[in-house]
Design a protein around this ligand. Structure first.
Ligand code: SF4
Ligand code: SF4
Length: 104
């Protein structure tokens, strides 16, 4: 039988409310990424918005030439360059470069 996890103990956002922290966390620098969007390829599926672990992207009010709303960056500083959006985008419309300052 699987034990039930109380919702009150589950963090709303892993990035803000860690359940556990590694003891040597201070030794590591969290990477930061720059988001590059090729608006004309976007089909507005919102996968990148939905699955970003840090809620970095939101839907914009802009239209591309196909009539879709591409995403835009809501909070630049919170991108951790995990590249999940890059992997999940079915149209290869978004990619990430890791900022030099965050490279080891
Ligand atoms: S690289 Fe990761 S954190 Fe940055 S926008 Fe994409 S999914 Fe979000
Ligand atoms: S996953 Fe790709 S196609 Fe879908 S909204 Fe994001 S950038 Fe556009």
């Amino acid at each position: 039988m699987v034990p039930e996890i109380s919702k009150s103990h589950a963090p709303d956002k892993m990035s803000e409310d860690y359940w556990r922290k590694p003891l040597d966390l201070d030794k590591y620098e969290i990477p930061h990424g720059t988001i590059h969007l090729i608006k004309e390829r976007c089909k507005g599926c919102e996968f990148c918005i939905e699955f970003c672990p840090n809620d970095v992207l939101v839907l914009s009010d802009d239209f591309n030439s196909k009539g879709y709303h591409p995403p835009k960056v809501a909070e630049t500083d919170t991108c951790i360059a995990c590249r999940l959006c890059e992997l999940i985008c079915p149209e290869f419309a978004i990619y990430i470069t890791e900022n030099e300052s965050s490279k080891k």
